[in-house]
Design a binder for this molecule. Structure first.
Ligand code: GDP
Length: 311
């Protein structure tokens, strides 16, 4: 969309990892996301009212981690289908008192096909019939040989109920991220992904943007899919108004002309006119495609009617 010079080595700075939690229903994805969030609200901002904006950040020893706050595979696959690759690490949750189930296998396959490293969180270890060894055995059968057994897969026993193992899980995420050497250039026009979006009665179209590279600023001209506009205000995951959003940071953005779709790629643009023009062109294209489809339908109908002797 907008030509920019490629980043130089010096411009590239370390950015927080973006993590998605997947796994079988009822194995504790939501509980884990809630517990992580409660246990490690970004330092210095404790007491902020946590807002569910689709993603949040926590901090461990001064290092941030971004979690996509929509458990399940739909968000992951929907975004991938639109070309967005917004996950650096996948946490696969397996209940210690259950085992690997169909959706666990699905989650493992999603992560593998996206080439995203997997960390396994064996959850519900507080339960009396928890059996971590059994889960590790099952993981082995799915090509995920635990490190304890000489393999590559990090397995962390946790309890979303008691909080046991949560800190270790966060440490492991940072360890994997360190190896990945995740970097972005904060010193350029922002590019990001729409994580979720809706029409708010008072505020108009509101979209959560996960900044991938660059810095998004209040006043920036933006475009995402067929939506465009200017960043009127940004709110972070603690409900605080911010004027800048850095790589891997999720923010709610107000100021779109219409509601963008989850998975749309957001670009900040240098000039207002340009993004409006591009958005309009995209809309025209969409319309043309729709018309094409419609005329095809009516032609088919016509033929059918002729065939049936109605005409
Ligand atoms: P999801 O469908 O994967 O998001 O699972 P939920 O987070 O909704 O959890 C399903 C059920 O398991 C809920 O009743 C939770 O309270 C319970 N649960 C989740 N994690 C734990 C845990 O670590 N220990 C215990 N005892 N129960 C848990």
């Amino acid at each position: 969309l907008i030509e920019e010079a490629p980043d130089t080595e010096e411009q590239l700075l370390k950015r927080p990892p973006i993590v998605t939690i997947m796994g079988h229903v009822d194995h504790g994805k939501t509980s884990l996301l809630d517990k992580i969030r409660q246990s490690k609200v970004t330092e210095g901002e404790a007491g902020g009212i946590t807002q569910h904006i689709g993603a949040y950040q926590v901090e461990l020893n001064g290092e941030k981690i971004t979690f996509i706050d929509t458990p399940g595979h739909e968000a992951f696959t929907a975004m991938r289908a639109r070309g967005a690759q917004v996950t650096d690490i996948a946490i696969i949750v397996v209940a210690a008192d259950d085992g690997i189930m169909p959706q666990t296998v699905e989650a493992i396959n999603h992560a593998k096909s996206a080439d995203v490293p997997i960390i396994v969180a064996v959850n519900k270890i507080d339960r009396p019939n928890a059996n971590v060894q059994k889960i590790m055995q099952e993981l082995t059968e799915h090509d995920l040989l635990p490190e304890e057994w000489g393999g590559q897969t990090i397995v962390v026993p946790v309890s979303a109920k008691t909080g046991e193992g949560i800190e270790k899980l966060l440490e492991m995420i940072l360890l994997v991220a360190e190896v990945q050497e995740l970097k972005a250039n904060p010193d350029r026009l922002a590019k990001g992904t729409i994580v979720e979006a809706q029409l708010d009665k008072g505020r108009g179209p509101v979209a959560t943007v996960l900044v991938e590279t660059g810095t998004l600023r209040t006043g920036d001209t933006i475009i995402a899919g067929t939506a465009y506009g200017r960043v009127r205000a940004m709110v972070n995951d603690l409900g605080k108004t911010v004027n800048e959003a850095f790589p891997s940071q999720p923010v709610e953005v107000i100021g779109f002309s219409e509601v963008p779709a989850a998975g749309d790629i957001l670009h900040a643009a240098p000039a207002d006119k340009l993004s409006k023009q591009v958005a309009e062109e995209r809309k025209d294209k969409q319309k043309a495609e729709m018309l094409k489809k419609m005329s095809k339908v009516s032609l088919d109908d016509l033929f059918n009617q002729i065939a049936e002797g109605q005409i």
